[in-house]
Design a binder for this molecule. Structure first.
Ligand code: DGL
Length: 274
């Protein structure tokens, strides 16, 4: 048993989808969530910035005495995970490897699609790992720069024309490649699952990177006797962005009001976006 909290971070609200999955599996855990909304989108930033921001996020969570850190962000995982693992005294988990393992197992026709941010596609981490595990599999990767900011702005209703138009803009190469499995490589994307599925004609399996990682973290904590006891369940949310905006979109996503558990904090470095 380890009753310390699990730290979770993302560039913004997307990681909430992953934190929810983890809580569904391990409902007794104390979760400390950090959304670095001030610096969102990470997907448009160069790798050195992503590393710097991810290090600060890790530091913030370590100062809260967490027992493990869940990098609930495909972009931070793709660009900074190895460094974070080296620098952290507690286990750090990313989303790439669990998602890739599930996708490789799931595909029947050997054609996998990857939807992710620009910085994740540029880093090539998902593709490299697929090639390493199963060289015969073909990967069609597409960066979707509008998706994460749309979700962050609360635009993810399946009947919203802007959502459909964005899906129409990014998905044709995956349809053309006849993929049967798509990795949602950014934790904001599960909010767009219905529209993506519908566009693909319902014939594809969507693997949410955050959900796959949650399953793998759950099994690690269980195997290593690191789960918490019942009375330790609680959630704390921190954002470096605007309180009201975070609370509003979080409510749309989670269908509950988190404002009593949410704290707005100063961005770690105000000059980062300059
Ligand atoms: N949710 C983040 C991810 O999983 C990315 C969003 C962003 O660009 O900041 O990649």
């Amino acid at each position: 048993m380890d009753n310390r909290a699990i730290g979770v971070f993302d560039s913004g609200l997307g990681g909430l989808t992953a934190a929810q999955e983890l809580l569904g599996l391990l409902p007794y855990e104390h979760i400390i969530y950090l959304g670095d909304s001030y610096n969102m989108p990470y997907g448009e930033k160069p790798q050195d910035k992503i590393i710097e921001m991810s290090r600060r996020n890790l530091q913030f969570l370590l100062e809260k005495d967490v027992k493990a850190v869940f990098v609930a962000c495909g972009t931070a995982t793709s660009n900074a995970l190895e460094i974070l693992i080296k620098e952290s005294p507690v286990p750090v988990f990313g989303v790439v490897e669990p998602a890739v393992r599930e996708a490789v197992e799931c595909t029947k026709n050997g054609n996998i699609g990857l939807l992710a941010t620009k910085a994740s596609v540029r880093a090539g981490t998902y593709e490299e790992l697929i090639k390493k595990l199963a060289p015969e599999i073909s990967v069609t990767a597409k960066a979707c720069p509008k998706f994460a900011t749309m979700v962050e702005d609360g635009i993810f209703d399946k009947d919203d024309i802007r959502v459909y138009e964005a899906v129409q803009e990014y998905l044709p190469p995956l349809k053309f490649a006849n993929v049967d499995t798509i990795i949602l490589g950014c934790t904001h994307y599960p909010l767009l699952s219905d529209v993506i599925s519908e566009y693909m004609g319902g014939k594809v399996r969507l693997i949410s990177a955050g959900a796959a990682a949650a399953r793998s973290i759950c099994s690690y904590l269980c195997k290593n006797g690191m789960t918490a006891e019942r009375e330790f369940h609680k959630t704390e949310y921190y954002t470096t962005g605007d309180f009201a905006r975070f609370a509003h979109t979080a409510q749309l996503m989670l269908k509950r009001d988190i404002s009593s558990e949410l704290i707005e904090i100063e961005p770690f470095d105000q000059t980062q976006n300059m």
